[in-house]
Structures are given as C-alpha cells and as structure tokens.
Design a protein around this ligand. Sequence first.
Ligand code: OSB
Ligand code: MG
Length: 369
Amino acid sequence: MQIDTAELRVIKLQLLHPFETSFGVETERTIPILTLYSQGLEGYAEGVMEALPLYREEFVSGAVSLLKESLLPRILGADLVTPQDVLDRLVMFRGNRMAKAMIEMAFWDLWAKSQNLPLCRLLGGSRERIPVGVSLGIQKSLEATRDLVQKHLDQGYKRIKLKIKPGWDAQVVRFIRHAFPDADLTVDANSCYSLAELPVLQELDEYQLDYIEQPLAYDDILDHARLQSRLKTSICLDESILSPEDTRKALEIGAGRVINIKVGRVGGHLEARRVHDVAQSFGAPVWCGGMLESGIGRAHNIHLATLPNFTKPGDTSSSSRYWKQDIINEPLETSDGWMPVPQGAGIGVTLNRVFIDSLTIYRENFPKP
Ligand code: OSB
Ligand code: MG
C-alpha cells in the first residue's frame, strides 16, 4: 500500500474525573491523532505519551516534532506491503517507540480495512470479548476508595488496581483487602519506590495481591529482580519493558513474572505481539495496559488483547469511565466486566469529526513528497 497523505492533529480531551498517580494528577489528556490515507481508506492511531515526560521519556510535543520532521517523511509515498515494512523504514531512529507506534498502528488499521477484516483477525486473536479490570487513581480517603472499589465490583469489573505511592500504600491496601477479602486486587506504584523501602513492599506482600506493578525505577530490571526474590507476590513490569528484548532479559533474570503490554510503549502491534510471544515462552502471563486512551487507542488495545496469552484482565475499561463524550461514534462499554471486540473492518470504529474539530489545538496535513 502506498501512503498517499497523512494528517496529524493534537486534541485536548477533559477527563470526567481527575486521575492521580505517584507522578501527579491528570485532569485532561493531550492526545496526538494520526490519520494515514491510502486508496480511499483511512487508518487511525493515537499517541499514548503524556504531555510531559512523567511516565517515560516521550512527550507529546517531542513526538509531534519527530513525526513531522523525520518519521512521516520516511513513510509518505513509500510502498509498504506489511507492518514490518513500516518498522524497517523507521529503524535507524533510536527509541521513540510511542511516536513510531502511531504510524505502525495506523498502518495496521489501513491494512486490515484493505482486506475488510477486523484487526484482531490479522493479529491472530480469536476472542470476541475480553475480560477487563479498572485502574483506580489515588483518592482523598480510605472510605472514598472503598466506595469506588465497591462501585466497580458492582459493575462486574474483574480486577481492581489501586495506584499507590509512599504514604498511600500499605494502609489503603490493608483497608481494601479487609473490605473485599475475595477481590482480585493489584497495586501500581509507577516507579516511586527503591530497595530502601523494602519493608513497606514486604508489608504489601501480605495482602494476596495478584501482582505489584512497577514498584522500582522506570528503567530498571536488576533491582526488580532483587526485590522479586524477596517477595511471594509477583512483580508486573510496565515502564521497564520497551521491547521484546527487554522482556527476555527481565524474565531471564527474574525481574518479574507478569508483563503489562501497552502497544504504544513497545512500538506498535508487531512488537507488542513479540513481547506477548516472548512472555508466553517463559510461561509469563500478560495483560493489556492503558494510558487513558480515547476510543481510537482503546479500540487498538481491545484488538490486541484478543491474543491467547492475555490471560489477566486488562485496563481497557469502558470509555464512559473516562469521558463525558468520546471522539468515536461507537460505544466501547463493558458488560459484566467483558469488553466486546468491535467487529467492523480495521479497528472497527469511526470518528466523530465535528467533536474532534472542536477539541483540536494543532492540525497539519502532509502531502506525498
Ligand atoms: O501505569 O498503567 C499505568 C495511566 C497513565 C499512565 C500510566 C498508567 C496509567 C493507568 C491508567 O494505570 C490505565 C487506564 O487507561 O485506565
Ligand atoms: Mg502501570
């Protein structure tokens, strides 16, 4: 397929509820959206980088510059037969996997549409619905946390993940475990502890958590391996895993036993599938993470999560948990903790262009050279 033109936008979308993690409070998302055009078809992807480099190094304006100056010029007009061709055209640039993933993912959408197949079929997934959990931000009080957990369990969500940070960790987990003895419960520290805080991490080890997500530094695996050897609870790696090679090394040294796959973080669906396969070869389960995506990224995540080693509930919860109104026309809503996989061609969602126009803070079109 030849890429005829591309459109890059950035939108701002207000979150329904502020989302607090160990790296700060988010009240809105700044989301870059890429459309690739080929033979009358359109492929969509969104960037999952934060507005500022708080999660990993990538950030929105850096990604936009890179896409404009270097990535898109190497794609426009190029003859691309498979998604690997997209990666090959960008491989000389180091890192920046979230920016590259935008192109790769939009290409998958185009490619699947050109074959009139849902994306999951091309990826090799077979499920028609996927099990889903929720990621709950840090709340004002223990009671508010308990009420929020109750609400989401009542809605059927299959796993509850609590964000933690120093000072909001063992106490909240003890309180929630006591209130919900049988809940599938996990915590996510977003890299805010070090081995110096071993005692509190060992305290968390007593609450039958399914896993502790990314307790230590965003770029570490060695200390995670040290920590894993001291805990019964599995460590799940998120920030530390950017590639299939990272996955192999982390699992080889025992830095964790579970992998959170975010398709943007690892550079697109091909790399995400490779991470999935490496983890599977180690007998390590994976689950699909989220970055508070709009409907475009959420749909991509749902298709990816149909692969067989996604055996734990993902963070791909209902669009209506995040937005008063989403930017796509189709609802992406769970029922009893299950998210149906969109069955149309490609990612299977269409854009609400009028609404997107009203949210747009930057827009540029890229013609074929
Ligand atoms: O660590 O998984 C994370 C959101 C932004 C940045 C990092 C993370 C998250 C979430 C939200 O946990 C997951 C979701 O999309 O609901
Ligand atoms: Mg995480």
